[in-house]
Design a protein around this ligand. Structure first.
Ligand code: ZN
Length: 434
């Protein structure tokens, strides 16, 4: 492509789309080495209690000379932003107008925010970035939030059914008579402090940086060329937190806290597939959260974008087919094996990083953990958070085709109040055939 064609593209956006005036400059600045203005980079003192000592996360491309991280904002959506700029619908010089966007409900700061080992995969100051740092730096340091906190009414049909059945009580404030549930919710983009991530996983930071570089097809050269940059904004999905009840109750030692940490399962969560227990267990988690909030405490749902155990949905559907077509049919005793055949591993969620969001919320004790996962339980308790009680999914909520999943998980070490099946019994638990 010649320079001329690029110039032409810039003045002829698609018909019907707004013309932002120009597209990204053709001048390419390699980010792999420090440029002349690098002395202006504000160092990030990860774990400092005062945000001004900690320093802002500057990942904006408008602040090229001030960027102090690897990667850019919005996780995987940064790629769509590039498409929007490339196709002429987004002016690359557009700066976010953050008027009235600050948190509706305040969270923190908590003591855990000042512990560089407790939070390594999100920026605890991410929701208050523009307030905490905005006045202290010139406007050419574009400091963007990585966390947004708002409120909502949510409607889940199962909750209305539970009200009608008398399983849930309407209180008019938290749970409305029409089934609407009042929540506070927070969206969190990942912000990785690489030395902390490496330490958490028990690996060398430079091995981590090299492999991240290699396994993303060389996407972020700074991982291996910029040892002065320790923070990475990875192009992955983030986390959403739903809080039921009084947010302040989360850190009140005299009030109960219920938590469900739920990893995304689009097929069940949204579309109601009956091959797994995800949506029914999520709804049960919300039910326990409502009851805890109604008892004066708070309930927390942490929803992590880690589809198919972070193997992705394509892998997940391939595994479904392999399970259903294998000799002897879909059996609980071969549940994990089929995943390993396709993906090479059973799971890539790295629950070791998951408790960060609980520390961000200031949680030190969970009265009811609505999860049977030993991986989640171990991660939470290893992070120093006390778990008083684990809550299994009630048997009547397990969907028709999900016995294979639940028995296989229980046999692999998931929490259960009942006896775990033997190998022979597991082989007898079979799912539907395609
Ligand atoms: Zn599922």
């Amino acid at each position: 492509m010649t320079d001329r064609s690029l110039t032409d593209r810039s003045v002829k956006p698609n018909p019907g789309t707004p013309n932002p005036g120009r597209i990204q400059s053709k001048h390419i600045i390699l980010t792999s080495h420090q440029n002349k203005g690098s002395s202006q980079v504000i160092p990030i003192q990860w774990g400092a209690a005062d945000p001004r000592d900690r320093g802002p996360v500057i990942g904006s491309l408008h602040s090229a000379r001030h960027r102090n991280v690897i990667g850019t904002h919005a996780g995987s959506y940064g790629v769509y932003r590039a498409l929007a700029v490339a196709s002429g619908v987004l002016d690359p010089s557009h700066k976010a107008d953050l008027t009235n966007t600050s948190p509706i409900v305040h969270i923190g700061p908590h003591p855990s925010w000042a512990d560089p080992s407790k939070i390594v995969s999100l920026d605890p100051f991410g929701a208050i970035a523009s307030n905490a740092f905005g006045d202290h730096y010139p406007t050419d340091h574009e400091i963007l939030p990585t966390i947004a906190i708002t409120k909502a009414h949510i409607y889940i049909p199962e909750l209305k059914t539970e009200i009608d059945q008398g399983r849930l009580q309407v209180d008019g404030k938290i749970l409305k008579a029409d089934g609407n549930l009042v929540v506070t919710k927070a969206a969190i983009d990942p912000v990785w402090y690489l030395p902390g991530i490496a330490k958490r996983l028990g690996i060398d930071e430079w091995d981590l940086r090299r492999v991240l570089f290699q396994q993303t097809g060389g996407m972020f050269p700074e991982l291996v060329t910029r040892p002065d940059l320790h923070v990475f904004l990875p192009p992955i999905g983030g986390t959403t937190v739903y809080i039921v009840g009084d947010v302040d109750a989360i850190t009140d030692p005299n009030k109960p806290v219920a938590v469900r940490v739920h990893d995304e399962c689009n097929g069940s969560d949204v579309f109601g597939s009956d091959i797994c227990t995800c949506r029914p267990y999520l709804v049960h988690g919300i039910e326990v959260c409502i009851q805890t909030a109604q008892a004066g405490g708070a309930g927390v749902i942490v929803y992590c974008r880690k589809e198919g155990r972070a193997l992705g949905e394509v892998t997940k559907f391939l595994v479904y087919n392999a399970r259903k077509r294998q000799e002897g049919g879909d059996r609980a005793d071969a549940y994990f094996l089929r995943t390993e055949c396709v993906a090479g591993v059973q799971d890539m969620r790295f629950q070791e990083l998951m408790p960060d969001v609980l520390h961000w919320l200031g949680i030190t004790r969970i009265d009811q953990l609505v999860s049977m996962s030993n991986m989640k339980y171990n991660a939470i308790t290893h992070a120093g958070i006390e778990v008083v009680q684990r809550v299994a999914i009630p048997p009547e909520l397990i969907p028709a085709d999900a016995q294979v999943e639940i028995e296989a998980k229980k046999a692999s070490g998931y929490y259960s109040e009942n006896e775990v099946m033997t190998e022979e019994e597991l082989a007898e638990i079979k799912g539907r055939e395609y």
